[in-house]
Design a protein around this ligand. Sequence first.
Ligand code: DAH
Length: 343
Amino acid sequence: MEQLLSQIEAYKKEIEGFAASDGKAVEEFRIKWLGTKGIVKEIMGEMKNVPADKKKEFGQILNEFKLFTENKYENLRESTGNRQLAPSNQLDLSLPGDPIPLGTRHPITLMRNRIVSIFQRLGFAVTEGPEIEDDWHNFTALNLHEHHPARDMQDTFYVQQNPDWLLRTHTSNVQIREMEKGKLPIRGIYPGRVYRNETVSARSHCFFHQVEGLYIDENVSFADLKQTLYFFVKEMYGKDVKVRFRPSYFPFTEPSAEMDVTCFICGGVGCNICKKTGWVEILGCGMVHPNVLSNCHIDPNKYTGFAFGMGIERPAMLKYGVNDLRLFSENDVRFLKQFTSAI
Ligand code: DAH
């Protein structure tokens, strides 16, 4: 023990007195004292010969000695300007790198991009709007005044502190925001997330996604609406798919319609997906109601327009064979990594 202690003291003196004029000398110092066969390592190995009751005290002395040597080495390196890594730590640039796993796009994003890009090719510009919205943009300006019964069609989440604020129930709020900007004509496509107070199950969720379209100009007619949507369906579902319009009701359009396509699962023969009807409903649409135009300071005698809105989850479920809506929001990587696509 005593011998070891005086040995350490002698080493310390030697180290203290050591001076290096270049990097080579510093490296020699490192090998001699701190290398894998160096003195520090060797002396640390003496721990095993130390009696148990002295181990703690001695361990500290050894650690101090190691630190002392390492500090000296750092100082030497700094003073000689040799800041390169020591050879044993040097990077081997020829080694293969750590792989960075590539993520995949979410299936809702894939479907959203597919839908949006078809309309972009027709000159529709993409805009997004706020998810926390006021009553005016989500309801009132869309011709749903305070006591309008159609408000009950959509169960709304309200912001507690201010009942004038809510989570938008549809992307139609972006229509209003775009019209209010006062720049005409408008040809826009508005994708986004919407919220409704519904029980979460395989078939319904408290949030989901929609894409809204709006076209306002002079002389826009229902024929333009049909032709635009025919183009969309052919691009989206193929040339053989048939389309039908059914009269419907939305407060913000007049006339209003819902559009069905022949079931792309069974080809129109009838299956579980289309409830044996051969048709699948894909969107709501219509000519923008004159009240809505007036609410946004657009003259309904000069301008007309059409609008449409569709969900993203349903076509995504059908395309990718997903049978439970909840999978989309659970962030399970085993589910998500199955979707790869260029868009
Ligand atoms: N906002 C409607 C909904 O969420 C969808 C919709 C229907 C949008 C007709 C429109 C439209 O722009 O013209 O159910």
